[in-house]
Design a binder for this molecule. Structure first.
Ligand code: ADP
Ligand code: MG
Length: 254
């Protein structure tokens, strides 16, 4: 069995079936890219993996660490080592980014004790400083309210800052590259690339091939109308860049 295994996943929203039987096997050490036209169900897949309550699972299972995680709450999934970078991060006034990161960091990596040790704070602060630097963000950035008034690119970088701070085993990145200029794209891709290793896997949802130049995926899948219509290596992304999606979706009768 793969480290993260999606089996025949069928998902509906408001009675409409969006995912029509998705099966994917992901292993740590691998980066999988999911590409596909608008409205094909990419974000639905990302959100249902993390446990968004608005989606109705009609059928299927998602196995991770010996459990069908579809039965778990989102925070329990995060504790197991899953992470999602949202396509559309939500603005939360009154919560600073650093406070948000600290709370999440402590929930995942804390010693479970209510008392906070000075050492713990020191390690957190040091990591925050390093990761802000990695993302070319000023230290004052962490004192701003979560996503409030952030530019599109800053929101995406804040998502990646969370990823770097929380160091999950599996990260799902939902169009983290959309809305980024070329320099920011490179910074974000390199930050994700720096996490690559035997204990980290990623599912990178993207519309464009550009991020994949930096973040060379091991596998590329195409999602169209709720189904995986093609899977291959990095060369598939290049083929899509040249030919678009139609040749695939037409061949499948979608
Ligand atoms: P993608 O991320 O690939 O662009 P999404 O997963 O966001 O696609 O959306 C897949 C389909 O689900 C779209 O047709 C979208 O209109 C539909 N959908 C998403 N949210 C809702 C909703 N709240 N009510 C009805 N349909 C929805
Ligand atoms: Mg989407």
């Amino acid at each position: 069995m793969a480290d993260l295994e999606i089996r025949n996943l069928r998902v509906a929203i408001e009675g409409k079936e969006i995912l029509k039987g998705i099966s994917l096997a992901l292993n740590k050490g691998e980066v999988h890219a999911i590409m596909g036209p608008n409205g094909s169900g990419k974000s639905t897949l990302a959100l249902v993996l993390m446990g968004h309550p608005k989606y109705e699972v009609l059928e299927g299972e998602v196995w991770f660490k010996g459990q069908n995680i579809l039965e778990l709450e989102p925070n329990e999934r995060a504790k197991l080592g899953l992470f999602l970078a949202f396509q559309y991060p939500v603005e939360i006034e009154g919560v600073t980014l650093s406070h948000f990161l600290w709370t999440a960091y402590r929930a995942l990596h804390g010693n479970g004790e209510a008392r906070i040790s000075p050492q713990e704070i020191k390690v957190f602060r040091q990591r925050l400083k390093e990761n802000l630097k990695k993302l070319h963000l000023d230290e004052s950035f962490a004192q701003r309210h979560l996503n409030l008034g952030f530019s599109g690119g800053e929101k995406k970088r804040a998502e990646i800052l969370q990823l770097l701070m929380l160091q999950p085993e599996f990260a799902i990145l939902d169009e983290t590259d959309s809305g980024l200029d070329i320099d920011s794209l490179k910074i974000v891709a390199e930050a994700v690339q720096s996490l690559r290793g035997p204990n980290f896997g990623a599912l990178v949802i993207t519309h464009y091939q550009r991020i994949l130049h930096h973040l060379k995926p091991d596998f590329v899948h195409v999602l169209a109308d709720g189904r995986i219509v093609a899977s291959g290596g990095p060369e598939l992304a290049e083929e899509l860049e040249k030919k678009g999606y139609r040749w695939l979706t037409e061949a499948q009768g979608v």
